[in-house]
Design a protein around this ligand. Structure first.
Ligand code: 13P
Ligand code: SF4
Length: 310
């Protein structure tokens, strides 16, 4: 079936099911183009919370669809590919975090969890952050308690530098952002000496040190739009390039030169396709469900974040 026919069928099914399609900026261009809303984790969490439809189709990865379930439990949440996981989420199993907290009870950690984690980890956290609000949220952490930041050591280190808050860091990371190397960035910069470097805080320190600007995917859009510069090297998953080119026309966006491999792509994000999107609306599966007791515990720190980042 052609993409055009698939899109027609998706739009017809979306109407029939009274569904809304939310997509992360790392999704395939054709999915971004037909979604009702495209955004970063923070914007998508807000949209999911407000959604008044019967069905939320979450074109992203599992923890994002799970977040939608936590924030809007009366809706049916579909994820086009049930295998759309996240290496960062996997780097912090809830049982390991629970055991660590048990072993360190005397420290009375204030647990801050990056939204890229499972519902079990969220349920153990005091507050959630995204890459778009981590500084703001960490500034509100109680001054008299030590902070444990999970799971991303890179976002944690960057936020710690920005805010001056010392934090104990979980040793987790995103395999896509950790693949970028200083040498690749120096090569890309030498090829485009007139470009500014914009990177995601999930990148490692040697990359962050070479960047002109560090921000979440969403904040890259106004930064590039408002900058006097017309050329940018974008150091994050390549899906955002489509969005930047669409929303900031007339400027040039360059991915990292990674040699022959396409390893700046998140294979989990790219699992969702138009065909799977059509199938999930047709079959009302795969559906993401969460146990109610766990949902209630995970909702508290998520709602705290949304309240604090208003
Ligand atoms: P943001 O879209 O929140 O910047 O996060 C990036 C990411 O890696 C999501 O998986
Ligand atoms: Fe997870 Fe990294 Fe993929 Fe984002 S890019 S979904 S953090 S594996």
């Amino acid at each position: 079936m052609s993409n055009e026919n698939l899109i027609d069928e998706i739009l017809r099914l979306k109407k029939e099911r009274n569904a809304v399609i939310l997509a992360h900026s790392y999704q395939r261009p054709e999915i971004q183009d037909l979604a009702d809303f495209v955004g970063d984790s923070l914007a998508l969490a807000r949209k999911a919370q407000e959604a008044e439809c019967d069905v939320i189709v979450f074109c992203g990865v599992h923890f994002m669809a799970e977040t939608a379930c936590i924030l809007n439990p009366s809706r049916t949440v579909l994820l086009p590919d049930a295998n759309a996981a996240c290496s960062l989420e996997a780097s912090c199993p809830a049982e390991e975090l629970a055991a660590f907290l048990e072993d360190n009870k005397d420290k009375n950690y204030y647990v801050i969890a990056y939204v890229n984690c499972s519902i079990g980890v969220k349920a153990l956290a005091d507050v959630i952050v995204t890459s778009g609000n981590s500084q703001r949220i960490i500034e509100t952490a109680p001054a008299d308690r030590p902070i444990l930041f999970v799971p991303d050591r890179n976002l944690g280190a960057w936020t710690s530098l920005q805010t001056g808050r010392v934090m104990t860091m979980w040793n987790g990371a995103c395999h896509v952002h950790e693949r970028f190397t200083r040498d690749q960035l120096l090569t890309t910069k030498a090829q485009h000496p007139d470009a500014l470097v914009v990177c995601h805080p999930e990148c490692q320190e040697p990359i962050r040190l070479l960047a002109d600007h560090i921000c979440s995917t969403e904040k890259m859009i106004p930064y590039c739009r408002e900058s006097k510069c017309s050329k940018f090297i974008i150091v994050t998953e390549t899906g955002i390039l489509h969005r930047l080119r669409k929303l900031v026309p007339g400027k040039e966006f360059i991915p990292m030169d990674m040699g022959k491999c396409s390893c700046a792509e998140c294979e989990y994000m790219k699992l969702n396709t138009l065909e799977k999107l059509r199938n999930c609306l047709r079959d009302m599966a795969p559906e993401v469900r969460v146990p109610e007791e766990l949902r209630l515990r995970a909702a508290a720190p998520l709602e705290r974040m949304l309240e604090l980042s208003k």
